[in-house]
Design a binder for this molecule. Sequence first.
Ligand SMILES: *[C@@H]1O[C@H](CO)[C@@H](O)[C@H](O)[C@H]1NC(C)=O
Ligand SMILES: *[C@@H]1O[C@H](CO)[C@@H](O)[C@H](O)[C@H]1NC(C)=O
Ligand SMILES: *[C@@H]1O[C@H](CO)[C@@H](O)[C@H](O)[C@H]1NC(C)=O
Ligand SMILES: *[C@@H]1O[C@H](CO)[C@@H](O)[C@H](O)[C@H]1NC(C)=O
Ligand SMILES: *[C@@H]1O[C@H](CO)[C@@H](O)[C@H](O)[C@H]1NC(C)=O
Ligand SMILES: *[C@@H]1O[C@H](CO)[C@@H](O)[C@H](O)[C@H]1NC(C)=O
Ligand SMILES: [Zn+2]
Length: 519
Amino acid sequence: MKTTLGLGGSLGVLLAMVEVTSALTLPVKGDFNQFVLDAKQVVDTDSLQQYITEKGLSKRAAELYEIAKESEAEYHHPTRVIGSKGHNGTIDYILNSLEEFGRDYYDVSLQAFSAISGSLFSSSLTIDGKNISEASALYMSPPTPDKKPVTAHLAISSNDGCKPSDFGPEVNGSIVLIQRGNCPFGDKSELAGLAGAVAAIIYNNVDGDNIPGTLGTPLGHEVPTMGLSKKLGDHFVEKVKHSSQSLNATIVVDSQIDIVDTFNVIAESKRGDKGNVVMLGAHSDSVAAGPGINDDGSGTISLLEVAQALTNFEVNNAVRFAWWSAEEEGLLGSDHYASNLPESENQKIRLFMDYDMMASPNYAYQIYNANNEDHPSGSGDLKQMYVDFYKSHGLNYTFEPFDGRSDYAGFLVAGIPSGGVATGAEGIKTTEEVALFGGNASIAYDPCYHQLCDDLSNVDYDAWVINTKLIAHSVASYAKSFGSFPVRVKPEYGQVGVASSSVSQSAMQFQYRGPYAIF
Ligand SMILES: *[C@@H]1O[C@H](CO)[C@@H](O)[C@H](O)[C@H]1NC(C)=O
Ligand SMILES: *[C@@H]1O[C@H](CO)[C@@H](O)[C@H](O)[C@H]1NC(C)=O
Ligand SMILES: *[C@@H]1O[C@H](CO)[C@@H](O)[C@H](O)[C@H]1NC(C)=O
Ligand SMILES: *[C@@H]1O[C@H](CO)[C@@H](O)[C@H](O)[C@H]1NC(C)=O
Ligand SMILES: *[C@@H]1O[C@H](CO)[C@@H](O)[C@H](O)[C@H]1NC(C)=O
Ligand SMILES: *[C@@H]1O[C@H](CO)[C@@H](O)[C@H](O)[C@H]1NC(C)=O
Ligand SMILES: [Zn+2]
């Protein structure tokens, strides 16, 4: 049977934990289960890993793809983007699976929150009569009024547009050119709006391709904002500075910003020490463009398979699984969860492990490059555990920047030791990496990243099985014992959950918030 979403009354309430189990009417399994439960052995890594099979993963992948197809009427293709039938169906699927594992093993809850979701349909920029076809609006840019062109004189901000005083009186009524750097794109656009600009153009401060940028969660006064290369940005700044008459620019942005009510799913073992929690997560949503079978259907399914396997065992430490919503909108679900943890709850989480994109077709085994100095103490120990796992299987690995691109970011900011592994997104595989992992050089690790073709054919089962075993290993190891894993440090300076000022500083300098750059 299907559990139904839309449990009212909790939206907008911080940390609204809705007991799902009480809302269900499935028959409870017989009491004889209690006897079996009591006979369980304490989990060990080899026994838990034995439950992980390609067959189990592929069966669930096919089920998830069918769920993504439920969005076809609205989106004309399969997707599991937040707010869609495909995503709501994914949440139902996770709840139903947990229910099948037996009510006696997990406490399941939903955490409701409102996510802000942006859609960008088209944008165009003309300066001095020239169509700048390489320019594109930043994600989460508001539309121009009535999605019609706005024309105004081009002004330039002083410095990097991170302070109100960087915007002089000439900015009022203008389209203002602002250099990238030193503060989030959203702050620049907000300050431009407050100074009376009708639109903004943020140009890069480094050479190369335009990176995908986002304004992030709206602050209230943003203006339609385009991104531009350093080369063209520098060119037009010089032109404005040196020309006797003003230059005009025209911008059109067709976009939409919606508020979507959605849910994180949390399942915690009833057994084990609740003061020493092993936590791990994957994101349940995809982008609008496709069904997201690798990103992050793979992690979503890996966690379900490990959660199912774990029910055969006793645990010494409690294990908490999370399926985050709205990762693709900028890590909204995991941020909401981590930033709303009361300090006493925060302290109970010994570590958080992020599992996003486990099965890229042209994979590399990537370990997030955490350490115990720049990140909460224990993050480096977790990284070492992943290194040891790959080594023990005779596999190669690489280290990836720990730069805020997935759901660990909110946990780092909250002072919780974190880490994880991935198999690669839009990055291009090098010939050196082909020597390490096989596959093809000069193409992306996941050529279907954030596209319609992230479907059932877009997963590599060798990588997926290995990484799901790695997840089982991480769960089994810490559920059995934290051994010498560093104990949590009480926060200094009275800041909730932030272990030290250096940690909060480095965490705030993330270049990304999910898939999009914010700086
Ligand atoms: C998905 O669930 C949310 C929250 O209950 C609801 O607001 C939304 O309308 C649902 N979407 C669809 C397409 O039914
Ligand atoms: C500018 O060029 C792009 C691509 O060539 C085109 O899609 C867009 O419509 C053009 N915009 C204007 C205002 O001509
Ligand atoms: C911009 O100029 C208009 C009048 O032209 C004025 O009403 C408005 O207050 C100015 N805005 C700012 C932010 O200075
Ligand atoms: C710039 O735009 C303004 C307002 O649309 C218009 O009056 C003016 O003639 C334009 N100037 C140039 C040089 O195109
Ligand atoms: C590598 O390229 C070959 C030949 O184009 C192709 O058949 C194969 O699927 C590719 N493998 C990966 C992992 O991309
Ligand atoms: C690991 O990388 C080395 C090259 O440095 C390569 O010879 C070896 O085959 C790789 N191992 C695997 C399992 O691919
Ligand atoms: Zn992802």
